[in-house]
Design a protein around this ligand. Structure first.
Ligand code: HEM
Length: 162
């Protein structure tokens, strides 16, 4: 009787000692890290399709914004560069910055915008368009602030004289 109890207790201790989903190939610390890691911004936004939809709306909005097109260099570039190409590049850029698998292959932000003489005032107008688009798609507050941080990180390369 005692021997059976000892064997039972021994098996119980062994099985508790095994941990949640540890396999011989994957140490316990890695399993735990996977379980607690927060999903990337890319995943929280729903991946490439929702991000492309947001960019689609944003580019249509800024391309039609008279206050931005009042800048002759911006207006000239808008007429010269097809918006589907802009949408493609900006989608890839946002996906990559949000932690997605895409790679941005367009030109650097300095190279693209340096001759457009974009002012602080035009930058603010652009941010209002970003805000309108993110609200339209009901992007939650946390994700909006992370997206604004990505946009802000490019400001020094885009606004003239910073
Ligand atoms: C006031 C703000 C902005 C204005 C007026 C503006 C305007 C433009 C225009 C007219 C182009 C086409 C120029 C060309 O391809 O020769 C362009 C391209 C582009 N812009 Fe902006 N932009 C602004 C802010 C931003 C921001 C904040 C980002 C990124 C977060 C961005 C990302 C891009 C990208 C990825 C391209 C395409 C690059 C390529 O074709 O290689 N822009 N922008």
């Amino acid at each position: 009787m005692n021997r059976i109890l000892v064997i039972f207790l021994g098996l119980t201790v062994l099985s508790f000692g095994c941990g949640p989903a540890e396999t011989p190939e994957q140490p316990a610390e890695e399993v735990q890290a996977e379980e607690t890691a927060e999903p990337s911004l890319y995943d929280r936004l729903g991946g490439a399709h929702p991000i492309a939809s947001v960019v689609d709306d944003l580019i249509d909005r800024v391309a039609a914004n008279d206050a931005l097109n009042a800048n002759p260099a911006v207006d000239e570039a808008r007429k010269r560069v097809p918006t589907p190409g802009l949408k493609f590049h900006l989608t890839a850029m946002v996906c990559q910055a949000a932690g997605g698998p895409q790679q941005y292959t367009g030109r650097s932000m300095i190279e693209v915008h340096q001759n457009m003489n974009i002012t602080e005032e035009e930058w603010e107008i652009f941010l209002v368009d970003v805000n309108t688009t993110l609200d339209k798609f009901q992007v939650p507050e946390q994700e909006q602030s992370e997206l604004f941080a990505i946009v802000e990180s490019t400001k020094g390369d885009i606004v003239m004289g910073l």
